[in-house]
Design a protein around this ligand. Structure first.
Ligand code: AP5
Ligand code: MG
Length: 189
């Protein structure tokens, strides 16, 4: 199962990716998590990414593309993967498509998590209180949503044109969303 989770900040990509990855026994690759651990460890990659992340802007495509291509080379991705937070721009989606085409292992499906904007903001402000992510402030959340609308939402059309886009209603209890996501995956395969 080679899968992309698409959806705005707070849609539940990370929450559901963990569950889907466990169900299929495949790795969960979250670009935001990889960047955050690099920021914590003060690596070169972390230093390069931090300013963009704090502002809620996207890290430049070439940086992210290289990082993901390297990760997909690792042996544990042989049976598939759940990509969470990547791709996020049309050039990233084109690059992923090219990388996977070279390996003759195209994507199977793109689940698109749908949640109204008021709910996104309330989930992220809730997380700010528990996890203290530095980009979960009202101003930065606003920019992340705007970046999603302008730079990432065009991927819905990109993947719909390829017959890969599968919408999932991502409102309601976490378990219910998981059930809907797994059902969508079963009927896509
Ligand atoms: P990233 O870490 O990917 O952040 P994001 O897209 O803003 O998404 P979130 O992690 O905030 O939301 P999520 O959909 O994963 O929801 P979650 O499950 O956590 O990216 C961070 C930054 O890194 C970017 O801004 C950018 O700078 C950089 N970056 C990353 N990837 C990049 C790329 N490809 N290109 C360029 N730059 C990149 O849930 C959110 C909250 O809601 C949690 O508290 C959760 O418990 C709660 N929740 C989840 N499900 C439910 C539910 N059903 N009901 C109620 N609450 C729920
Ligand atoms: Mg996340």
């Amino acid at each position: 199962m080679r899968l992309v989770l698409l959806g705005p900040p707070g849609a539940g990509k990370g929450t559901q990716a963990v569950r889907i990855a466990a169900e299929y026994g495949i790795p969960h690759i979250a670009t935001g998590d990889i960047f955050r651990s690099n920021v914590r460890e003060e690596t070169e990659l972390g230093v390069a990414a931090q300013g963009y992340m704090d502002a809620g802007d996207l890290v430049p495509d070439h940086v992210v593309n290289q990082m993901v291509a390297d990760r997909l080379e690792q042996r544990d991705c042989g049976d598939g993967f759940v990509l969470d937070g990547y791709p996020r721009t049309v050039p990233q989606a084109e690059e992923l498509e090219a990388v996977l085409a070279r390996r003759q292992s195209p994507l199977d499906v793109v689940l698109s998590f749908e949640v109204p904007e008021e709910e996104l903001v309330s989930r992220l402000l809730g997380r700010a209180a528990t996890e203290g992510r530095t980009d979960d402030t009202e101003a930065v959340i606003g920019n992340r949503l705007e970046v999603y609308r302008t730079q990432t939402a065009p991927l819905e059309k990109f993947y719909a044109e390829r017959g890969l886009l599968t919408p999932v209603d991502a409102m309601g209890p976490v378990e219910d969303v998981t059930r809907r996501a797994l059902k969508a995956l079963r009927s896509s395969g």
